[in-house]
Design a binder for this molecule. Structure first.
Ligand code: MG
Length: 458
């Protein structure tokens, strides 16, 4: 039984994600190892998160485990704290950027990295066998809270950058927390870095009243307006669990995630005179264009941060990340980290004379288009197989690390199933904006036709 997608379990609350389901999963997690080192539990700001976290905590403690409750924190803060509280595992109740009706569970290994697929499969087997561990009254695990987590995480990030140099620039920053878990840490972090901070959607609210929690350009209209309106140097937005950060320049231009990924990769590889940068197959060609001439190497993985961070560990990468604003700074931790990304970009801006808009203008110009189509989960594999066969028949080069990536005239397209929602995602990239649009439209047409044929066949 497959429960975990590319980023943990994510389901609609009250539908598949019920109290009894979460209890089952928590029992399976509790059954992975005998009681010993504690298990850390943290959660995001979703309406259902405190209740599901209580179920997880209660189930684990009744199975004899000590539990350290980290409370509401960004996913990367919880990952940072798991090894620091000596936990054998971490459990995060979060659905990241998904719409408000979702919630989910993420499993973190003792080293703070996302659990391997093996770990997730062990939990899935436990759920299948309906494992329940229950100890006698005198062996129930202690539950303790850990109130210092936010400060410890913020202090860790501040230690990674040149705080004095950043502070001297007295940056004005508009920060859109999107009512997510970043409200616990990012405003404080930016103030510690000497920024004047203006927050949007800066209170925790699991109904996401400001905008949906995915930090896309369409969802960040207020931020895009606010940055030039208040004369800020930078706009920053996080997704719901703040493992991602996206940026808006002083003129109010939304900068796609791949631009910042490429900008920071260039800076790190330049300063280290080389090194491996890891990104999924959805990554922009611009990354290779800047990294390779500096003596670096780009390594591609499947989509999903667990694949990226595990490969970074294996290859001792100097940097890595995804085109959606999920950046990984291995000097700090092998986790996508929105607050660390914001601090790293401020550090870079503090070292440079030019504003962000100018720095980004120097990067290779590519247009990447990201689209999505609803597709029933049961049809996705057949749809992808059909599209791959079409491209192969036409003689195009097809890369199948994840989904179907086809190298076409003047660019590439990638068609892959979302790991978290019943969607097919389509990416297209070209030097030429018009060609990128054509490629995206062509791919969308192929997906629509394939969904149509497959649903007629099933
Ligand atoms: Mg996230």
């Amino acid at each position: 039984m497959r429960l975990f997608g590319t980023n943990g379990i994510r389901e609609v609350v009250g539908d598949k994600l019920t109290s009894s389901f979460v209890t089952q999963v928590a029992n399976a997690i509790g059954g992975l190892n005998p009681p010993g080192a504690p298990i850390a539990v943290g959660w995001d700001g979703r309406t259902s998160s405190p209740d599901f976290a209580r179920i997880v905590t209660g189930t684990l403690s009744l199975a004899g485990h000590q539990v350290v409750e980290l409370g509401v924190l960004p996913t990367p803060a919880i990952q940072y704290l798991v090894p620091r509280v000596g936990a054998q595992l971490g459990v995060i109740v979060t659905a990241s950027h998904n719409p408000p009706e979702f919630n989910g569970l993420k499993l973190i290994a003792a080293d703070g990295l996302e659990a391997t697929r093996d770990g997730e499969e062990a939990v899935e087997r436990g759920v299948e066998r309906a494992v329940v561990t229950s100890v006698s009254y005198d062996r129930i695990g202690e539950v303790r809270s850990y109130p210092d987590g936010a400060q410890q995480y913020i202090g860790g990030i501040v230690g990674q950058v040149d705080r004095r140099r950043i502070s001297e620039r007295k940056f004005t920053v508009v920060l859109d927390c999107g009512n997510g878990a970043s409200v616990m840490t990012s405003p404080t972090l930016l103030r510690r870095l000497g920024c004047r901070v203006i927050t949007l959607n800066g209170h925790l609210d699991g109904t996401f009243p400001g905008h949906l929690s995915e930090p896309t350009e369409a969802n960040l209209k207020d931020l895009v307006q606010a940055v030039p309106a208040v004369g800020a140097d930078l706009g920053i937005a996080h997704d719901g669990d703040a493992d991602r950060a996206v940026f808006v320049d002083a003129r109010g231009t939304y900068l796609p995630g791949e631009k910042i990924l490429t900008l920071i990769a260039r800076d790190i590889v330049e300063r280290k005179s080389g090194g491996v940068v890891v990104t999924p197959v959805s990554g922009s060609q611009s990354l290779e264009d800047v990294v390779v001439p500096l003596g670096g190497e780009v390594v591609y993985t499947r989509v999903g941060s667990p694949s990226v961070t595990r490969e970074m560990l294996r290859r001792r990468a100097v940097f890595g990340g995804e085109e959606n604003g999920g950046l990984v700074f291995p000097n700090f931790q092998l986790a996508r980290d929105g607050a660390m990304s914001a601090a790293a970009l401020l550090d870079l801006l503090a070292r440079k004379e030019e504003p962000l808009a100018e720095l980004v203008r120097d990067l290779p110009a590519y247009t990447m288009i990201k689209e999505r189509l609803s597709c029933p989960v049961e049809l996705r594999e057949a749809v992808l197989a059909r599209i791959a066969a079409e491209f192969r028949d036409e003689g195009s080069r097809v890369i199948s690390i994840d989904g179907v990536k086809a190298i076409l005239e003047g660019g590439w397209i990638l068609v892959r199933p979302s790991g978290t929602e019943p969607l097919i995602r389509v990416f297209a990239e070209s030097h030429d904006a018009k060609r990128a649009r054509e490629l995206a439209d062509e791919a969308l047409g192929r997906v629509r036709r394939a969904i149509h044929s497959e649903s007629a066949a099933s």
